[in-house]
Design a protein around this ligand. Structure first.
Ligand SMILES: *Cc1c(COP(=O)(O)O)cnc(C)c1O
Length: 469
């Protein structure tokens, strides 16, 4: 497309004409989202307003630096945008600028965490986070006997803490003992698969005993924190990170809150001040990142404003209510839910008592257009053979499914799992044998019938942002 030969070079052609290949992939994905039941706990449907901000001209602007101190010209409106986003971030979580600073530039949740470690933990300094198989996140220092999987475990020394394999609850006592031995610089309180409120007061106590900083990574629950529906990390933590695209319903991005002012009063009466702002801001830029994604920052600002509308609190309440309905309906049908229920948007179904595992159940559910995650359960021996499924309600609650609809969803899941059990009984022990049987005509027929039912049900609920591509 040489200059002048076509209109394409100028850039004013709609995507449909300019790149039908990509356009069609997007349409296919949109249709998949519409037809399926999205129960992946980390996903959500952003609003039309958020998607519009994301697709805006803000994408075009470079603005390295921070409001008022940029390395680029033409940043007057970008400064206005970023400052407004910062203020909304504080307002959404009930914080004052006197006590809390905020950085809205991290590209996503993992880079936000890495920036915090880079800023506050020296290379090979020590961190403690909930182990990945126990419900923590990769970016909290995950490693195995064979491999340092997350870069966090390569550049920092990580010692995980665990849940009690019997109760599924975090073993704070063992963490307390181990922290005394390990002397971490930073303790991380955050989950990707744990359905109970975290005991931030206890974690604060353990951090203080070891002169460690306490970081809450509220990626999964930040929308519920904004709606004051789950335990509030800001009351106890020094730093709080989050993604903005999970329960918060914004664009894919990350955010870091850090304390300002007095950290504590020492025995001699002197006050020790926090020193988090400069190291964290410098770690984000110029330490790890270049130009901020201004279109994403605009989307974050829009999402944060939405969390302050009373309707968002109602949404959050329904998210939790719906997760409880799912947990109860599953338990009524004889399923085991880890910890016996949920305080949040997610639940973990342990399939061991049913004689099934996460891999096989997940395969069949995907075939019937139900999306969830296979997940390890407390006591699992191998991360490759997870025993459970993680379900979350934020996305479908955004499609306005109510409690009675979630009962129907559980019915579909139960039917899917019954098919998986039949297939397992009819196939050899290997997963590939299970898949081969699942792909046979008998089971494909059963699966197709159930998939039709699921999709007929799902399409009744419009997708938020449906008229944005
Ligand atoms: C999702 C998640 C992240 C990472 O977010 P990305 O945006 O995928 O990098 C970090 N921490 C926790 C606890 C998460 O659940």
């Amino acid at each position: 497309m040489a200059n002048g030969d076509s209109k394409a070079w100028f850039g004013d052609e709609p995507l449909e004409q300019n790149d039908p290949e990509i356009y069609n992939i997007i349409l296919k994905e949109k249709d998949r989202q519409r037809r399926g039941l999205e129960l992946i706990a980390s996903e959500n449907f952003a609003s039309k307003a958020v998607l519009e901000a994301l697709g805006s001209c803000l994408n075009n602007k470079y603005s390295e630096g921070y409001p008022g101190t940029r390395y680029y010209g033409g940043t007057k409106f970008i400064d206005e945008l970023e400052t407004l986003c910062q203020n909304r971030a504080r307002e959404a979580f009930g914080l004052t600028a006197e006590k809390w600073g905020v950085n809205v530039q991290p590209y996503s949740g993992s880079p936000a965490n890495f920036a915090v470690y880079t800023a506050l933990v020296e290379p090979h300094g020590r961190i403690m986070g909930l182990d990945l198989p126990d419900g923590g996140h990769l970016s909290h220092g995950f490693m195995t006997d064979k491999r340092k999987v997350s870069a966090t475990s390569i550049f920092f020394e990580s010692m995980p803490y665990k849940v009690d394999p019997q109760t599924g609850l975090i073993d704070y006592e063992q963490l307390q003992v181990n922290a005394k031995l390990f002397h971490p610089k930073l303790i991380i309180a955050g989950i990707s698969c744990y359905s109970r409120n975290l005991d931030y007061a206890k974690l604060r106590e353990i951090a203080d005993e070891n002169n460690a900083l306490l970081l809450a990574d509220m990626a999964h629950v930040s929308g519920l924190v904004a709606a004051s529906l789950v335990a509030n990390p800001f009351d106890y933590c020094d730093i709080v990170t989050s993604t903005t695209h999970k329960t918060l319903r914004g664009p894919r991005a990350g955010i870091i809150f850090f304390r300002r002012g007095v950290r504590r009063t020492l025995k001699n009466g002197n006050e020790e001040m926090y020193n988090l702002e400069k190291p964290i801001n410098e770690a984000v830029f110029p330490g790890l990142q270049g130009g901020p994604h201004n279109h994403a920052i605009a989307g974050v600002a829009v999402a944060l404003k939405q969390t302050m509308d009373p309707s968002f609190k109602a949404y959050g309440k329904e998210v939790i209510q719906n997760a409880r309905v799912m947990a109860k309906c599953l338990m009524d049908r004889g399923y085991h839910i880890v910890t016996g229920g949920t305080d949040t948007h997610l639940l973990l179904l342990d399939l061991r008592s049913k004689g099934l595992d996460g891999n096989r159940a997940d395969k069949v559910l995907e075939e019937i257009s139900i999306a969830c995650n296979k997940n390890t359960c407390p006591g699992d021996k191998s991360a490759l053979r997870p025993s459970g499924l993680r379900f979350g309600t934020p996305a479908l609650t955004s499609r306005n499914l109510k409690a009675a609809d979630f009962e129907k969803v559980v019915d579909f899941i139960d039917k899917g799992i019954s098919i998986a059990l039949e297939i397992k009984a009819a196939s050899g022990p290997l997963l590939k044998e299970f898949i081969a049987t699942m792909e046979s005509e008998t089971y494909q027929k059963k699966i197709a019938t159930l998939r039709d039912e699921v999709e007929t049900f799902a399409v009744k609920f419009p997708l938020p942002g449906k008229d944005v591509l």
